[in-house]
Design a protein around this ligand. Structure first.
Ligand code: HEC
Length: 172
C-alpha cells in the first residue's frame, strides 16, 4: 500500500513537471484567437476553426460564466453527448468528463479539437493519449453536427462547471 502511494506520488510529480515544461512553450508559439463578443468566429463551424487555428490558440471566451454553462448543458443533452457520457457528464457507456482525468489533456484548445474531430482524427494529428479512463473507445467526430463554435464553447463551459476532480487539474 505504501509502495503504491509512492508510485502515485511520483506519477503526479512527473505529470506536474510535464505541464510546467509544456506551458511556456505553448504560450510562446500560439497567439490567442479572439472569440470576443460579436466575433464572426462564434458562428463559424467548429471544424473550420480547428482547421485554421494554430495549436494552443483556442481559449474559451465563456469560461466561468454560469448562464453560458446552463445553455451548454442544454446543448450537451440536445447534441446527444449525454447518451454516451451521462446526463451529468459522470460517464456511463463512455468515460466521465468531470473527474480529474483528461485523456488527451484538459486545455480548452485540446478539448475543442477532441470534441470537433473525434479521437481518431485527433490522434492522426499527432495528439497522444496521456491517461486512461475506466472505458476506452472512439469518441465520434461531433464537429459534423455542432452548428457553431459558440455552441461548443458553451458545452465546454458546462463541463468545466460540473468538474469535480482535483482543482489543480481542472485545465491540464
Ligand atoms: C458514441 C458515444 C459518444 C458520443 C455521442 C460523444 N462522446 Fe465524447 N467520448 C466518447 C469516448 C468513447 C471517449 C473516449 C475517447 C478515447 O478514449 O480515446 C470520449 C471522450 C470525450 C472527452 C474527453 C474526456 C476525458 O476524460 O478526457 C470529452 C471532453 C468528450 N468526449 C466530450 C463529448 C461531447 C461534448 C460530446 C457531444 C458534443 C460527446 N463527447 C459525444 C464517446 C462519445
Amino acid at each position: 500500500m505504501k509502495r503504491f502511494a509512492g508510485v502515485i506520488a511520483v506519477t503526479l510529480m512527473l505529470t506536474g513537471l510535464a505541464c510546467w515544461i509544456a506551458a511556456p512553450s505553448q504560450a510562446a508559439t500560439a497567439a490567442k484567437i479572439s472569440f470576443a463578443r460579436g466575433s464572426p468566429l462564434l458562428k463559424e463551424k467548429p471544424l473550420k476553426i480547428v482547421a485554421m487555428a494554430p495549436k494552443g490558440s483556442l481559449h474559451n471566451p465563456y469560461d466561468g460564466n454560469a448562464k453560458m454553462a446552463k445553455e451548454g448543458h442544454a446543448l450537451f443533452m440536445s447534441y446527444g453527448c449525454s447518451g454516451c457520457h451521462g446526463g451529468g457528464g459522470g460517464g456511463g457507456m463512455c468515460p466521465p468528463l468531470i473527474n480529474g482525468v483528461w485523456i488527451y489533456g484538459g486545455s480548452d484548445d485540446t478539448l475543442f479539437r477532441l470534441i470537433s474531430l473525434g479521437s481518431q482524427k485527433l490522434t492522426q494529428k499527432g495528439y497522444q493519449r496521456e491517461a486512461l479512463e475506466n472505458v476506452v473507445g472512439p469518441m465520434p467526430e461531433m464537429g459534423v453536427v455542432i452548428k457553431q463554435s459558440s455552441d461548443l464553447w458553451k458545452i465546454i463551459t458546462w463541463i468545466r462547471s460540473a468538474y469535480d476532480g482535483p482543482p489543480n487539474h481542472k485545465y491540464h
